[in-house]
Design a protein around this ligand. Structure first.
Ligand SMILES: C[S@@+](CC[C@H](N)C(=O)[O-])C[C@H]1O[C@@H](n2cnc3c(N)ncnc32)[C@H](O)[C@@H]1O
Length: 300
């Protein structure tokens, strides 16, 4: 199992000159792909690596063991960035990197319940309930009303069959009891989406529904909003904030906040448009296909 870091060259380019990089926060450490490249390229960098997933953090600790004197590892949610920084002994940092969403290592672990390709419990909590206690995907699927489920699947999944899937879920749980596994949910989704539409779809018919559930379970938009509120106060003058987003709502939030930071005279976006993956990367790494990179440079 590997997680190939997305748009690594673009991120590194935004960090240059490497010699000047001294204190970096990787707020979504994952398996440490971006962090490793940063530590290798920036000889003077100390890095604070945050992840809310204890099992992923353990993998990153192992992979980055050669740099252990230059890394502080933190189990936590980036929405608590201020207190995590303070535990590490800092009140600000020079560079912040956030590669949002989920790691391939999480998707490819059937027991975590993130994937429509494997069977496992419908869980999807990135923090496994250890950082914040939140609902599991099964809690949502089995307790939310049809209207709430429809709204969720539309908002975070942009699924054209949101209503049909929500209705099928509610019928199924009334008839046969709770839906507890990924396989059961996939079966319900397949039964709700008309066969011709399924044949025409580019991705798996359950992809959008699983995405919506994952975003909700982990309160991904709420965490991002909290983080964006904090960043201008904790980024040093001349510092940089870099985001890799995979969802149009996330990208819009990042864009809007960067625009308001610029309007407040705090600095300027590093590129006029978001960067997108090269043809070559798209071919090598399917996960990069919806990625967008935005950077913001705070005024020195
Ligand atoms: C796309 S992966 C990062 C991959 C990493 N850049 C690499 O190259 O290996 C996203 C990681 O961020 C973590 N994550 C997502 N949201 C988070 C949050 N709000 N706070 C802390 N970690 C989060 C996930 O657990 C996952 O491991």
């Amino acid at each position: 199992m590997v997680h190939v870091p997305v748009m690594l060259n673009e991120v590194l380019h935004m960090l240059s000159p490497f010699e000047d990089v001294e204190l970096v926060v990787d707020g979504t450490l994952g398996a440490g792909g971006h962090s490793m490249a940063i530590l290798e390229n920036c000889p003077n960098a100390f890095l604070i690596g945050i992840d809310q997933d204890e099992s992923i953090l353990a993998i990153a600790k192992d992979r980055l063991s050669a740099f252990k004197d230059r890394v502080y590892f933190a189990l936590g949610n980036f929405r608590d960035i201020r207190s995590i920084l303070s535990d590490a002994g800092f009140d600000s940092a020079q560079v912040f990197l956030f590669d949002l969403g989920i790691s391939s290592l999480q998707v490819d672990s059937p027991e975590r319940g993130f994937s429509f390709n494997y069977n496992g419990p419908l869980d999807m909590r990135m923090d496994m309930g250890r950082v914040c206690s939140s609902l599991t995907a099964a809690d949502i699927v089995n307790t939310w009303s049809p209207a709430e489920l429809t709204m969720l699947f539309r908002r975070y999944g942009e699924d054209p069959f949101a209503f049909q899937v929500a209705r099928a879920i509610c019928r199924r749980r009334e008839k046969d009891g709770p839906i507890m596994t990924c396989e059961e949910l996939v079966e319900v989704i397949r039964s709700a989406v008309p066969a011709p539409a399924q044949r025409k779809m580019r991705g798996h018919p359950a992809r959008r529904i699983f995405q919506a559930l994952r975003i909700q379970v982990n309160d991904e938009m709420g965490a991002l909003e909290d983080l964006l509120d904090e960043l201008p106060q904790i980024t040093r003058r001349g510092g940089k904030v870099i985001f890799i987003t995979y969802h149009s709502l996330e990208d819009r939030m990042v864009k809007r906040n960067m625009r308001s930071w610029a309007e407040a005279g705090l600095g300027k976006p590093m590129t006029s448009r978001p960067l997108v993956p090269s043809e070559e990367e798209l071919e090598l790494n399917r996960r990069s296909r919806s990625a967008k990179v935005r950077g913001f440079l705070f005024t020195p």
